[in-house]
Design a protein around this ligand. Sequence first.
Ligand SMILES: C[S@@+](CC[C@H](N)C(=O)[O-])C[C@H]1O[C@@H](n2cnc3c(N)ncnc32)[C@H](O)[C@@H]1O
Length: 320
Amino acid sequence: MIELIDPISKQRLEESPEGLRNENGIVVYPLINGAYRVAASDNYTSNFGLEWNTFQKTQIDKFSGNTVSEERLFAQTNWQKNGLEGETILEVGSGAGRFSQIMLDHTKATLYSVDYSEAVEANYRNNGPHERFKLFQASIYELPFKQASFDRVICLGVLQHTPDFKASVKALVEMVKPGGELVIDFYPIRNVFTKVHGKYLLRPILKRVNHHRLMSLIRNNIDFLISIYTFNRRIGLGVFNRFVPICEIERTLPKGMTPEQLKEWIILDTFDMFSPEYDQPQRLSTVAKWVKEFGMADVDASWVTYHGKLEAPTVRGRKV
Ligand SMILES: C[S@@+](CC[C@H](N)C(=O)[O-])C[C@H]1O[C@@H](n2cnc3c(N)ncnc32)[C@H](O)[C@@H]1O
């Protein structure tokens, strides 16, 4: 069992059907729609609340019919399928729960999933209730758990969207118990051209557009954008697609989807590209250095390949 701690008062918390109670029996963080609400929703992740509640099922293997999340998770972690009995995993930034589903369905561990946004509602609808699953709306910087508690801590696709990447890595390392494991991935800085991209040119404007309006703008123009993207590739000018305001299709999306599914993923990923408050890629080597600095050994930083040619820059380590 993981000891629950109020990140503000540092008092011990107990679970109850109404919420998390402090030592005086008062519910300090209510349980609403399946998640303990340690944080309020009016924070910088409201775009993700909209994104994952709109595209609740899109990327969840058990609904999409593909196995891309399963392939990615096991390629990045090297965990044994159907293993980890009796262990605890902390997942930070769970979104709609694509990886929560895989950890619940393909390991025997107990999963504590955290997200700062209302995405926790989508995750609960996708994966709850479940006897090995606990869900918290909380920030990576104010986690309601005793430090050094978890056998494994995992954080996929999140760190670049936090305001202080290095402080976020530190917060994750602090949650791993001695001998336990950390697995993280993030947007990489590949070279000096990483930020010479339509995404980084337009984000300062588009991230300020009302999120519902931005979603409609993308939906209303997506067919046109896809046709430009496809045309550029057909005539050998795919290199210019980095300036077309649409997500990368070949290098990031799974194969074998129906045209409707593909369009849905493209709208999701394009919204995900422009709407976040923060988008701060990092070098693999820098993150590996931080992970060591915060007390991890056996650090491995590598590009993990999964689902054919998809790649994820991944850092793993063991807590000393
Ligand atoms: C791009 S989504 C990735 C979701 C999921 N891991 C996936 O791969 O589908 C990033 C998630 O990180 C969450 N997030 C951002 N800042 C956070 C913070 N400070 N604490 C916890 N979660 C955070 C967002 O709310 C969002 O759901």
